[in-house]
Design a protein around this ligand. Structure first.
Ligand code: FES
Length: 126
């Protein structure tokens, strides 16, 4: 699926892996307005705002590289979406492979020791 771009800007494709646990993942490609230096996060935000609000992803600090919530795999490499540049030729974005998938690009990145379920289980042990 791809939303129309309403001005004459150059566009770049971004392909996003979609799906939730138990579903067969699928890829969707969107053409986003491209400008030099734009981040993968900029492109995902554009997709959410203009093309498909159902794409799930998470971020917080935006280019401060501090929250680490935007970690995804871009062309198979683990990166921060807020600092990774969108390739003019297109980028393929997926969830982290070594984390539990929640939906689309969102994975459970909370360290096990900080997971509420783990904390409650530890407290129950006494
Ligand atoms: S949004 Fe915080 S590190 Fe990317």
């Amino acid at each position: 699926m791809s939303a129309p771009v309403t001005n004459s800007e150059k566009t770049a494709p971004i392909t996003i892996q979609r799906g939730a646990p138990g579903e067969e993942p699928w890829m969707e490609t969107y053409d986003v307005p491209w400008r030099p230096g734009m981040s993968v996060l900029d492109a995902i935000v554009w997709v959410r705002t203009h093309a498909d609000s159902s794409v799930a992803f998470r971020y917080s600090c935006v280019s401060a590289n501090a929250c680490k919530e935007c970690m995804v795999a871009v062309n198979g490499k683990t990166v921060y979406a807020c600092t990774e540049r969108l390739s003019e030729d297109g980028s393929e974005v997926g969830p982290l492979k070594n984390k539990t998938l929640i939906r689309d690009l969102v994975t459970d990145i909370v360290p096990p020791k900080e997971n509420l379920r783990t904390i409650l289980a530890e407290r129950a042990k006494g």
